[in-house]
Write a protein that binds this ligand. Structure first.
Ligand code: GDP
Ligand code: IMO
Ligand code: MG
Length: 428
């Protein structure tokens, strides 16, 4: 009865959607545990591309039960848009279950997100503007709106009014915007109640019952370790816990039930939004990597910042998540380089540092110490077994394994479901 967590080991967009879809085909349940429609997970099935934001990647595998856990924040308009779009392409969404304890992103939190960013000026985070931060803040502040509130109009109205008292002061008094009418927000939220009702479930009970019955469950993380509110490059992070612990609190499952924790890592590094990124390439080499890797955001279309593989980051991800396996993605993108630099440590103010620096300022000053590995020129996109990869590509993978301190169990050589070299099967 394996329970497998699949999460991002870098700054997001590592290919979690593809990995989840690929492993998820062999599982019974796929559960999302954090984030919201700040995520953009791409899955390519038979040449058809799906960009999923709120729906778990398991939605694309018939027979899998897709679940949105309590740790996710839901924009109802986006959820139903996505369900309609995917359904129109022949995908059955009637299997979807949603935790009654998941929080809703009310429209006012999208306004709050964009206004906060604007007023941060040069210190802005570069958020996706989807209302993620203010909604998690409301949750912690105990003024959030949950899915279950949709079924009690009086309570919902009281909660919306309560949440808007302070926000309207801020919007009109500080941000110079019109105050928001709580009745309009309440009516908008209530308009989704009947449609969502059949999907609402006690997700924790469903998942634990499934594990008791010997079924296989995959926990799909949004964002990534370095964007984690506790363990990432704070304040340039998202507002949830994408790390392994988040899979537990975000679904209502205990740590003793987890069998494998899989980190998804690109063979190089990318980042969207602001914040430190030691191996970033701001020159034409970085531009070429962006073009070659198609590194443009699935959610906002923003160009992703690009850089070489940072082993300090992935080693850190191995540690804070207790990774058992790494799914390495996009190795095909590195074909054609004579030498490939890999960052194995940093130099911070003249001193070598092998682990993530203790404080933010040091990380901002971190200069990568590179090891140069031999590249390869052969096309690897059709390779299906590790031994058939060029020797230099095999050596690259072996070295990443050493410096990341975790075995690399699969290697992506293309965006399609089938373009994966499995070295060690994660299930079975
Ligand atoms: P996620 O947010 O972690 O699910 O990743 P995204 O979907 O935002 O970005 C990953 C991109 O890389 C998508 O366009 C995928 O189709 C693509 N992709 C995933 N794995 C591979 C791979 O092994 N090779 C190539 N060339 N593309 C890949
Ligand atoms: P997936 O799941 C990459 C980044 C944003 C911004 C910061 C905070 O596709 O890997 P937020 O809107 O969450 O408050 O923004 O986090 N960010 C992501 N970057 N991939 C993602 O998701 C991201 N979700 C948020 O760019 O820097
Ligand atoms: Mg993404």
């Amino acid at each position: 009865m394996p329970a497998v967590i699949v999460l991002g080991a870098q700054w997001g967009d590592e290919g979690k959607g593809k990995a989840t879809d690929q492993i998820g085909q062999q599982t019974d349940l796929v559960v999302k545990y954090n984030g919201g429609n700040n995520a953009g997970h791409t899955v390519v099935v038979d040449g058809e591309k799906y960009a999923l934001h709120l729906l778990p990647a398991g939605i694309l595998s018939p027979g899998v039960t897709p679940i949105i856990g309590n740790g996710v924040v839901i924009d109802l308009e986006v959820l139903f848009q996505e369900i309609d779009e995917v359904s129109a392409r022949g995908i059955d969404c009637s299997r979807l279950l949603i935790s009654s304890a998941a929080h809703i992103i009310p429209s006012y939190n999208k306004v709050m997100d964009r206004s906060t960013e604007k007023f941060l000026g040069a210190r802005q985070i570069g958020t996706t503007g989807r209302g993620i931060g203010p909604t998690y803040a409301d949750k912690m502040n105990r003024i959030g709106i949950r899915i279950q509130d949709l079924f009690d109009p009086s309570i919902l109205s009281q909660k919306v009014c309560g949440a808007l008292v302070n926000k309207n002061h801020l919007l009109s008094g500080v941000y110079g915007l019109d105050p928001i009418d709580p009745d309009v927000v309440t009516a908008e939220l209530l308009s989704y109640a009947d449609r969502i009702r059949p999907m609402v479930a006690d997700a924790s009970l469903v998942v634990n019952d499934a594990l008791d019955a010997g079924k296989t469950v995959l926990f799909e993380g949004g964002q990534a370790t370095m964007l984690d509110i506790d363990h990432g490059t704070y304040p340039f992070v998202t507002s949830s816990n994408p790390t392994a612990g988040g899979a537990l609190t975000g679904t209502g499952v205990g740590p003793t039930r987890i069998d494998r924790v899989v980190g998804v890592a690109k063979a190089y590094t990318t980042r969207v939004g602001e914040g430190p990124f030691p191996t970033e390439l701001t020159d034409e080499v970085g531009d070429a990597l962006r073009t070659k890797g198609g590194e443009f955001g699935v959610t906002t279309g923003r160009p992703r910042r690009t850089g070489w593989f940072d082993a300090v980051v992935v080693r850190y991800a191995t540690r804070v998540n207790g990774l058992t396996d790494i799914c390495l993605t996009k190795l095909d993108v590195l074909t054609g380089y004579e030498k490939i630099p890999v960052c194995v440590a940093y130099e911070v103010d003249g001193t070598r540092v092998d682990e993530m620096p203790l404080d933010q300022s040091s990380f901002h000053h971190a200069v990568p110490i590179y090891e140069e590995l031999r590249g390869w020129s052969e096309d690897i996109t059709d390779v299906t077994s590790f031994e058939d990869l060029p020797q230099a590509a095999q050596d690259y993978v072996h070295r990443l394994e050493e410096v990341s301190r975790c075995r690399i169990s699969s290697i992506g050589v293309g965006p399609g479901r089938e373009a994966t070299i499995v070295r060690f099967p994660l299930l079975g």
